[in-house]
Design a protein around this ligand. Structure first.
Ligand SMILES: [Zn+2]
Length: 210
């Protein structure tokens, strides 16, 4: 088991790679903007001889999907997201432009995941947890055997995602975190979409928002 984090773009959104012991590997979020940034990520895979299988998108906010078109063009691999994020697909370009960013290529997902779905990667499974409140379609990805939880913009180190954007709602977000994430083992490592890692136990004790 191994993972790595690559922060990109003006929002310093994290692209993650995670590989299971077989060498099969997935990417979580596509936050890079250029071919050279994507190459940094793909080189980590190449030097380890890993086998990239798919991109999983935590939610369709622009800073997490800037590189989806490039990813599809360069790899031809599946791009999976939750269908409740559909309303963001036709807002992404305008949202990018409002920040002076351009999102190019076909950034649409190629397939969908649903709550509680198990995704097989090598000999491991990733469980999809549907966690709305920051944005409809937000998912967290839990790898129980490795004690890892990728949280996108739902849960951060001593913080939570903003709730002032379309479909954001504090009570919904608090409910997602307390009913879907906090029941996981305290030593589960939380890998957020921005900033440093934390743990479920740390956030249960110290997160000031919950
Ligand atoms: Zn977001």
């Amino acid at each position: 088991m191994a993972y790595s984090v690559f922060p990109f773009n003006p929002f310093q959104a994290n692209t993650y790679l995670w590989a299971d012991a077989s060498g099969d590997c997935v990417m979580i979020d596509a936050t890079f903007q250029t071919e050279s940034e994507l190459s940094q990520v793909l080189d980590w895979i190449k030097v380890r001889g890993l086998n990239l299988k798919m991109l999983l998108v935590t939610h369709y906010h622009v800073d997490h999907v800037l590189g989806v078109g490039l990813f599809k063009e360069k790899t031809g691999l599946p791009v999976m997201a939750h269908q409740a994020g559909n309303l963001f697909f036709n807002q992404v370009e305008a949202h990018a432009a409002s920040f002076g960013l351009s999102i190019s290529g076909n950034f649409m997902p190629t397939g969908q995941v649903s709550d509680d779905e198990l995704i097989s990667v090598g000999g491991s499974t990733i469980r999809v947890l549907y966690t709305p409140g920051h944005a409809d379609g937000s998912i967290c990805l839990w790898i129980e055997t490795d004690g890892l939880l990728f949280t996108g913009d739902v849960l951060f180190h001593e913080s939570i995602g903003r709730t002032d954007l379309p479909t954001g709602d504090f009570q919904t977000l608090a409910n997602s975190v307390t009913t879907k994430l906090f029941p996981l083992p305290d030593n589960t490592i939380v890998l957020p979409g921005h900033g440093p890692k934390t743990s479920v136990g740390h956030e249960k004790r110290f997160n000031p928002f919950l």
